[in-house]
Write a protein that binds this ligand. Structure first.
Ligand code: SF4
Length: 402
């Protein structure tokens, strides 16, 4: 049995380190332009070189996304961009547009190219076509069912990658004009404003300005809003399909999301591949995924078109836990330096999560600032010192139930 690669998002350097720490086999990142997540922090060329060196030193691959759909005016800047980055030893580029693919081949011949999900590969003939163009790996459209993935794998030799977790567009694998029309920000140029997730009201056409609330639940209404993909229960089927990589969506998401999702999929994948016969998908893994902010989970199209599409829409964020901090350093004797990301107060019941599936709980009675002054409350973007009764390590994530 071939263990698929676990591929995680790296929206900036901190998220890259977290993804590597929590067990990603590979990460994908973008520059400031042309990468479909232009609103994420992203990387400068110097940061990319640092990120690649950091990941390679730990045996982790790095892919660069250049998967927007450029227009004519972008061609010369893209050539310059590719030339500027050519010396950085990325393990592959991720692209969708045939013109970009051609330009990569001209500037960096021999560099493996992975086809982005934006290219909407949904059948084996398409996969064969792209293989003949020299594509090394195809990230299949999210609309592919398991049977379809299996058939492509049987018929075509190219590597395949499937999304297993993260946000989904309501349009076909992200090809969507909603954001261009409503916010003047093109989704296929990496600037989506996510209007599908906004809250909407109803206006009758002869009464402009009179807004009728459309109330789905106490949070409002979310008529275009898809649930998030979660294929954790289907790890055996996905591995059995022969897929070469399992990809987690989310370069815009925070380090809490990256840590929480990567560690759960790492655990499940390792457990299954170590002992397929004794494997079962554990409730506590799913519970962990439910502790991060999400919009309800769906299996998407894996088992065929969702029978009741309505069930896959109309969802708003579910947030059961707040991410409050991350361990930045540890000192002998159990003291931990914590970067505070959300207000922490004495009396809080904190949960520390780390590599593996470690979860440790701590009733916070005492904390100090870095000079040792006791604090009742710590504010975001400050640093505090905690003395803990259990060992923690750098990059442990701290959360608190709401
Ligand atoms: S508006 Fe929504 S559906 Fe459209 S590209 Fe953006 S996230 Fe996807």
């Amino acid at each position: 049995m071939k263990k698929p690669e676990l591929l995680a998002p790296a929206g900036n350097m901190e998220k890259l380190r977290i993804a590597v720490h929590y067990g990603a086999d590979a990460v994908y990142l973008g520059g400031k332009n042309y990468g479909l997540r232009n609103m994420a922090d992203n990387f400068t060329p110097a940061e990319m070189a640092q990120g690649v060196a950091y990941a390679h030193a730990r045996g982790v691959k790095v892919y660069l996304t250049i998967n927007s759909y450029p227009d004519n005016s972008d061609i010369a800047p893209i050539y310059r961009y590719l030339e500027e980055l050519a010396e950085i030893p990325f393990d592959a580029y991720i692209a969708a547009d045939p013109g970009v693919i051609q330009m990569i081949g001209e500037v960096s011949p021999g560099r493996p190219i992975h086809l982005s999900t934006q290219a909407n590969t949904t059948n084996w003939q398409s996969a064969l076509f792209w293989q003949r163009q020299g594509i090394a790996r195809i990230n299949l459209a999210r609309e592919m069912p398991l049977e379809g993935i299996r058939e492509v794998k049987e018929r075509v030799g190219v590597e395949l990658e499937a999304f297993v977790h993260g946000a989904m567009c309501i349009s076909y694998s992200g090809r969507c004009l909603l954001s261009s029309v409503m916010a003047g920000r093109g989704a296929n140029r990496g600037e989506c404003a996510h209007p599908c997730r906004w809250s909407y009201s109803l206006v009758e056409e002869t009464r402009p300005g009179e807004y009728f609330p459309v109330i789905e639940d106490e949070g409002g209404t979310f008529i275009f809003n898809s649930k998030d993909l979660c294929l954790l229960p289907f790890i055996p089927e996905l591995v059995g399909s022969g897929v070469d990589a399992l990809k987690i969506e989310g370069r815009m998401k925070g380090i809490n999301y990256v840590a929480s999702v990567v560690r759960v999929y790492r655990e499940a994948l390792d457990r299954y591949c170590d002992d397929p016969a004794g494997y079962r998908c554990r409730e506590e893994w799913l519970a962990e995924l439910c502790k991060i902010s999400h919009r309800g989970y769906t299996t998407g199209f894996l088992l065929g078109p969702p029978r009741d599409l309505d069930l896959e829409l109309h969802s708003r964020y579910i947030r059961s836990h707040d991410f409050v901090g991350v361990v930045e350093a540890t000192h002998p004797g159990g003291a931990a330096v914590v970067a505070v990301r959300n207000r922490i107060e004495a009396g809080d019941e904190l949960e520390f999560i780390g590599r593996g599936m470690a979860v440790q709980r701590h009733l916070l009675e005492r904390m100090t600032d870095e000079e040792g002054t006791p604090l009742r409350m710590a504010h975001p973007n400050s640093r505090i010192i905690l003395t803990l009764p259990f060992p923690v390590e750098r990059y442990d994530i701290i959360r608190r139930e709401k």
